[in-house]
Design a protein around this ligand. Structure first.
Ligand SMILES: C[S@@+](CC[C@H](N)C(=O)[O-])C[C@H]1O[C@@H](n2cnc3c(N)ncnc32)[C@H](O)[C@@H]1O
Length: 217
């Protein structure tokens, strides 16, 4: 299995901080609070990367499983867990998310800056798969680049900001090149009810958002 994050993986979170300040990290943890997570909740984090979100979920007492295809990313994640002062017990799975088939098991399924890696067709297949892993009435959370809105200057700047990031990852990790996905609309089309949406600004622009959708009963 080729590790597409072998070279950029070790510096991934550092590069995120340069590209988006704290706003990217805040976006990833946006729905991880005592309002949305109860101790013992089962949470799945797909494409976990360095996993600040997974660590936050475990700190809240959730029973966390993370899945990632990259050995490099999982190694960085393990280092972060090992450095944590609490003895966090987080289940780590090295797999393609589509081969992870724990259906209807999770109270919350999180895809932070994960779905944007894929072409639209694959993104939809993966989102449907993640929804299958969620229990009935569970929450599915997507944190990612915000769909451009506002006046033409704002929209142009948001698009330019996205194309800067996607071009870098297209070159270094062979990610798909595409427009920004409109996640709330996609989530609604797939049958999720939007329950919460939080926006994160950087350089005066609404660059990121976290959207929580609830699966039907
Ligand atoms: C852009 S990074 C985002 C990492 C992390 N979620 C974050 O917000 O920092 C995408 C992650 O998805 C992982 N990934 C890509 N394709 C995958 C797949 N098919 N199954 C599981 N993980 C995958 C990559 O290895 C990488 O860690």
């Amino acid at each position: 299995m080729k590790d597409r994050y072998k070279f950029i993986g070790p510096a991934y979170d550092f590069l995120s901080s340069i590209y988006g300040g704290e706003s990217i990290h805040n976006c990833k943890r946006a729905m991880l609070d005592t309002e949305h997570v109860k101790p013992g909740d089962k949470i799945l984090i797909a494409g976990v990367g360095h996993g600040k979100d997974a660590i936050k979920a475990a700190e809240l007492g959730a029973d966390v499983t993370v899945v990632d295809l990259s050995e490099t990313m999982l190694r960085k994640f393990k280092e972060a867990v090992d450095k944590h002062p609490d003895n966090l017990d987080i289940r780590q799975i090295h797999s393609d998310i589509l081969k992870f088939e724990e259906f209807e098991q999770y109270d919350m399924v999180i895809a932070n800056f994960f779905l944007n890696v894929f072409s639209e067709e694959m993104m939809l297949e993966i989102l449907r798969h993640l929804m299958k892993c969620a229990k009935p009435k569970a929450n599915v959370v997507i944190g990612d680049f915000e769909y451009p809105s506002g006046n033409i200057i704002n929209r142009t700047l948001q698009k330019a900001y996205w194309y800067g990031a996607v071009s870098i990852f297209w070159v270094v990790a062979n990610n798909a090149m595409h427009n920004i996905y409109n996640y709330p609309e996609i989530m609604k089309e797939l049958g999720l009810t939007i329950k919460d949406k939080k926006q994160f600004r950087f350089l005066g622009l609404n660059c990121y958002w976290s959207i929580m959708g609830q699966k039907q009963a």
